[in-house]
Design a protein around this ligand. Structure first.
Ligand code: DGY
Length: 320
């Protein structure tokens, strides 16, 4: 049996696949394959381990309906036309659970970085601007005791809330499709409406998936309802905020700062005005990018492939 991986994957997952007796072909070039190459590699394979690349749309899926599984090396699956995959009988799997800590850590890192203008301060040193300092210059803001609003209190959101409560005694409010009573108890968290979340939060952190309902939910209207001192953090998906509206909200002082691990599009263009703003921190979608986490993700993605190719139920189905 043959497995194609769209990127070189971490050792743990790779060796699992090899020990299971599969032939693994990896795309090892540092540039994207062409659509025709991708189809060809998939045609020659029994399973696709998708570790990055162009969206898996209907046109592509139609040419790959023979695949026993498309195993995503991610928890998010907004990059797949799931309706088409399901109609075509294609099994999609993902890697939930193991990346919650690393992704929440990234949101936490962004929150502190924005609060203390850390990326901007670093740039000042690089530009030789450290020289003259005054007690009123380059001031950030405290996080201690402030209100954290979580949008999407699932696995990642809960870890972020725990970290913020333990480190800074933050008050936790959250907005979800459903109440999370276990988390409410553990975190002393309060369930609020979306508007209350916008109005009451000092920091809003997004931990929901990108769906038609969440697409550009953070837009002009939402930013206008936030506190002028608020920090907006998105370590989920760039499509959840409207970038033009975010830039305007920051320029007009409707919110104070923003920390983004995800942008729309990715990669962000180096001329993007957000990169020059003192109260903005942008990272290149590294939420789950630690050695331990990526190894764990590759193990789970490999286990999904192995199950599918040996006729077992897949551990982490996204459809069917
Ligand atoms: C995920 O797993 O969805 C992370 O964002 C990495 O893509």
């Amino acid at each position: 049996m043959k497995v194609f991986t769209t990127r070189v994957i971490p050792e743990e997952g790779l060796s699992l696949l090899q020990r299971a007796g599969f032939t693994v072909t990896q795309w090892s070039e540092e540039k994207e394959m062409t659509p025709a190459q991708r189809v060809q590699y998939c045609k020659d394979s029994d399973a696709l381990l998708f570790a990055g690349g162009e969206k898996l749309d209907r046109a592509f899926l139609e040419q790959c309906r023979h695949l026993k599984v498309i195993s995503l090396l991610s928890v998010g699956y907004d990059n797949v036309d799931l309706k088409a995959a399901t109609e075509l009988g294609l099994q999609i799997t993902n890697t939930p659970g193991v990346l919650s800590n690393a992704t929440a850590d990234t949101a936490f890192l962004l929150m502190l970085s924005v609060a203390r203008k850390a990326f901007y301060q670093h740039k000042r040193i690089l530009k030789g601007e450290w020289g003259f300092s005054t007690p009123t210059a380059n001031l950030g803001t405290d996080i201690e005791g402030k209100t954290l609003g979580i949008w999407g209190l699932g696995n990642i959101g809960t870890v972020m809330a725990k970290r913020c409560k333990a480190a800074f005694g933050m008050k936790i409010i959250y907005c979800n499709r459903h109440r999370n009573e276990a988390a409410e108890k553990e975190l002393d968290a309060t369930f609020v409406t979306f508007d209350e979340l916008l109005q009451q939060s000092d920091v809003i952190s997004i931990h929901t998936s990108l769906t038609p309902e969440t697409k550009e939910k953070f837009n002009k209207e939402a930013f206008r309802k936030m506190k002028p001192t608020a920090i907006f953090i998105n370590a989920a998906r760039g499509g959840i905020h409207n970038e033009t509206d975010l830039i305007a909200a920051l320029q007009e002082g409707q919110i104070w700062g923003a920390g983004l691990d995800v942008t729309n599009p990715e990669p962000m263009h180096p001329d993007n005005p957000l990169l020059e703003m003192p109260t903005v921190a942008v990272l290149p979608h590294i939420g789950s990018a630690t050695l331990e986490t990526r190894n764990a993700m590759s193990r789970i993605a490999a286990q999904n492939v192995i199950a599918a190719l040996t006729g077992q139920p897949v551990p982490n189905p996204v459809n069917h």
